[in-house]
Design a protein around this ligand. Structure first.
Ligand SMILES: Cc1ncc(COP(=O)(O)O)c(C=O)c1O
Length: 407
């Protein structure tokens, strides 16, 4: 069955993988929603029940005190004037820029979502039959894989990472057992660098999983934090070689644009087309696409690179400062993201302690004005707080307040 709308093809390897049998039959046969605008976009536009008098917004002379005024300043006049029109359903210019930024051949390899959370949800919706299919996750990991699974009534097989010594690596032997017990798994989520582990999964390990004939599903490598990791660690380079590997990334972290809600999947044209056929027609708004385009411009990327270097330097300093504090144990994992995972001990030189970590977490927020995240309930994270890397001043404040509490 041909994939409707498919223009180019992705890799034909590995031989044991075929996408079409994985896709829900109702999605494969879906005729996507089409607007008149898909065929005609110029002239007197009376096809989409828009407001001919334009956007109801403060005038462009609005002062900075007007809510939204400075955000408007980031859009050009033409874009502001066209806010009454539905946006592009495809945003091909933005997709082309993202493809070129990440070294992929064309926009056919990029699917845009309302944050990578929507991308994750869309993958469930196109691949997993509710109340029947299952996916595999490797905890401790990002919570939305399980939440999205539950929303879509999809089962989750959990194969914990090897956590000894804060290694946080895939347990390939246990995964093999899970693959044998669940030969019909639809997806496998690999978070790299992991949340909350901050740890990269090496590319040769990901390749081994892709070549493992026991697993016939799609490998989703979640690289929300990849720009904080060293060069050459992204699995994007595998997307053109392996049809069963796709990579999700986001503008929310390194680009500092969490509020615009823009994430994307880098995947074979086949998977991109299937997702495109099933998405809401105008999921990504024009303001989001405009800001996204500005962010992936040469200038935007230079700012991102500078901020990432600064945050990584702040991370190194925060880790060193934490290790000077009494009752802080190890900093676990690889520290390749914009956060760290640190153990709170029951006493100086003692054992990691969840009760004390919870108490520190609460007191930090309630009496010290610093909000971090308790992660001690996660496998291999006993007593752990996850601390996001802030500015130099924010990190210094966090350390000072922690020192007061732990003294
Ligand atoms: C690993 C991981 N993936 C995805 C997301 C969601 O990102 P977005 O803002 O693009 O929805 C997060 C957010 O914290 C995350 O930690």
């Amino acid at each position: 069955m041909p994939i409707l709308g498919l223009k180019s093809n992705g890799p034909a390897t590995p031989a044991h993988f075929a996408l079409e049998p994985l896709v829900r039959p109702n999605i494969l046969t879906l005729v996507p929603y089409r607007a008149a605008r898909d065929d005609y976009s110029d002239g007197v536009l009376l096809d989409a029940n828009e407001n001919a008098y334009g956007p109801s917004l403060p005038s462009h002379t609005a002062t900075d005190a007007t809510p939204g005024a400075s955000a408007l300043a980031l859009m050009n006049e033409k874009e502001i004037a066209s806010l009454n029109r539905y946006p592009s359903p495809t945003h091909d210019d933005l997709k082309r820029r993202i493809a070129s930024m990440r070294g992929l051949p064309s926009e056919d390899w990029v699917f845009l979502g309302v944050g990578s959370d929507e991308v994750i949800d869309m993958l469930y919706r196109v691949l997993c039959v509710p109340a029947k299919d299952k996916v595999l996750t490797t905890p401790p990991t990002y919570g939305m894989y399980a939440v999205s699974a539950q929303i879509n009534d999809v089962g989750v097989v959990k194969v914990p990472l090897i956590t000894e010594g804060g290694a946080f690596q895939l347990d390939e032997k246990a995964m093999d057992e899970a693959f044998k017990a669940n030969p019909d798994l639809k997806m496998l989520f690999i978070c790299s660098p992991g949340n909350p582990t901050g740890t990269l999964i090496p590319l040769d390990v990901i390749k081994r999983v892709a070549e493992n004939t026991l697993f016939k599903g799609v490998i989703v490598v979640d690289e929300a934090y990849i720009d904080f990791a060293p060069e050459g660690t992204s699995a994007v380079e595998l997307v053109q070689q392996y049809a069963n590997i796709c990579v999700s990334q986001t503008m929310s972290k390194s680009f500092g644009l969490a509020a615009i809600r823009l994430g994307y999947l880098l995947a074979s044209p086949e998977l991109v087309q299937i997702l495109t056929n099933a998405k809401a027609p105008y999921n990504v708004s024009l303001p989001t696409a405009s800001l996204g385009l500005a962010a992936v411009s040469d200038e935007g990327r230079a700012v991102m690179a500078r901020n990432t270097i600064t945050l990584n330097a702040n991370r190194t300093k925060l880790i060193a400062d934490l290790q000077q504090l009494p009752s802080i144990g190890r900093v676990l994992g690889g520290n390749d993201a914009n956060f760290i995972l640190a153990e709170v001990l029951d006493a100086p030189g003692g054992k990691p302690s969840n009760p004390r970590a919870v108490s520190v977490y609460k007191q930090m927020a309630e009496t010290k004005g610093v909000v971090v995240r308790f992660r001690g309930g996660e496998i291999g994270c006993e007593g752990c707080l996850r601390i996001t890397i802030g500015t130099e001043t924010e990190c210094a404040t966090a350390i000072a307040r922690l020192a007061e509490l732990l003294a």
